[in-house]
Design a protein around this ligand. Structure first.
Ligand SMILES: Cc1ncc(COP(=O)(O)O)c(C=O)c1O
Length: 385
């Protein structure tokens, strides 16, 4: 009955975990959720009331699929080489990923991803029947020797990367790595897709160079307000050279015509008068405290028995147990102790077994972080019983 692609579309493991957590008293480090106590409700309420008072009725009308010009103009200011006509507003950056697939992927086309990578992107690429090829990732960037070999031999449609405060690792590439990848992309004419949902959540110095600066003509940037404002507005964007953007616009029109502009205009105003930037400062302060609390709790409970690097930004720790521990197998014990992580295997193509786990630190309270890491230690100690 269903199309062939349906069997290529597994339900995200993270969603399944979220269902289990919903049923029980579990401290969750699993989802990539922001802290809802920090959603700026009063600010949004004021802006909405203002907008309703002052907007013309024409604002409810169908309009350009590119999105509200006020917002595109504000976004363009954050880029070195781009203007408002190089920006397309999308329904979250997840729609940006879907548009990329529609625009570039025929069945069997090769694309390259970091190993590990963002689960929902991997699932989507599989849905479009791409031939997904992985390149090794370390905490300083991708293995560029391996990447060159892949660029030269596989003729990929694009290389999808999250170089800053990555999901799932929290790692950030060095500037040298980015420059080398830009050089390779030019040499082999490969499009770089830079997914950047976490860039603004920066807690200490990290390299800020982006591919828009290094290789604007061959890079596409995806962005979102899900992590800096609220996920529910479902507002993201794509930034690209106009030759790409025109095609993306047609792909979007064929999907949903346009994204609602009401909240786009509200965000544009918040950006223009600096209120969004102020809110992000608050988030950074609070999230840094949570990150430090998790780092300290991991240090106290696990010492040298696990490996990890404290992320300089974003929302995740990527911790590694001994090689003989499969975090998927440990998962039942972890849940039994009343805590949840995402087993590392789901972030790799083919879900190969992994001794890594992803821990989110933005959603839990400081108390829950301390208690949750203690529970994780208990599950770890109970693994051989
Ligand atoms: C790397 C990455 N890309 C895209 C998204 C999707 O975000 P949005 O809410 O904008 O669709 C996420 C969400 O967690 C993400 O981590």
């Amino acid at each position: 009955m269903f199309a062939k692609r349906v069997k290529n579309a597994p339900r995200s493991f993270t969603r399944k975990i979220l269902d289990v957590i919903g049923e029980r008293d579990i401290i969750s480090f699993a989802g990539g959720l922001p802290d809802e106590s920090l959603f700026p409700h009063e600010l949004i309420k004021n802006e909405v009331n203002n907008m309703l008072e002052n907007m013309p009725k024409s604002m409810y009308q169908y309009s350009q699929s590119k999105g509200a010009v006020e917002l595109r103009r504000e976004l363009a200011k954050n880029y070195a080489n781009s203007h408002e006509d190089q920006i397309l507003i999308t329904t979250g950056s997840q729609q940006g990923l879907d548009i990329l697939c529609k625009a570039f992927i025929n069945t069997g086309d090769t694309i390259i991803v970091e190993a590990p990578s963002y689960l929902a992107a991997l699932n989507l690429f599989a849905l479009y029947e791409a031939n997904i090829v992985e390149v090794e990732l370390t905490s300083r960037g991708v293995n560029t020797t391996q990447l060159e070999e892949l660029f030269a031999t596989k003729k990929p449609k694009f290389f999808y990367t999250i170089p800053t405060f990555q999901n799932p690792t929290g790692w950030s590439w060095s500037g040298e790595c980015k420059k080398e990848v830009a050089r390779l992309a030019r040499k082999y004419s490969v499009i770089i897709i830079e997914d950047s949902p976490y860039n603004a959540l920066k807690y200490e110095d990290a390299d800020e160079l982006d591919f828009e600066e290094l290789i604007p003509e061959l890079s596409v940037t995806l962005g979102t307000f899900s992590k800096t404002l609220v996920p529910d507005f479902r507002i993201g964007w794509m930034r690209a050279d106009e030759k790409f953007l025109k095609v993306f616009q047609v792909m979007k029109e064929n999907t949903d015509l346009l994204s609602p502009k009401f909240f786009q205009r509200i965000i544009a105003k918040m950006m223009k008068d600096g209120k969004l930037a102020l809110h992000v400062e608050t988030l950074k302060e609070k999230y840094k405290e949570k990150r430090d609390t998790m780092a300290k709790a991991l240090e106290i409970e696990f010492g040298k028995t696990i490996e990890y690097e404290t992320p300089k930004g974003g929302m995740f720790f990527w911790i590694k147990f001994d090689d003989d521990i499969d975090t998927m197998k440990l998962f039942d014990k972890v849940i039994k102790e009343g805590v949840a992580y995402v087993p590392g295997c789901v972030f790799f193509k083919g879900s190969k077994s992994s001794s890594y786990a992803r821990l989110n630190f933005t959603n839990a309270t400081l108390k829950e972080i301390k208690r949750g890491i203690k529970r994780l230690k208990k599950a770890f100690l109970a693994r051989e019983i």
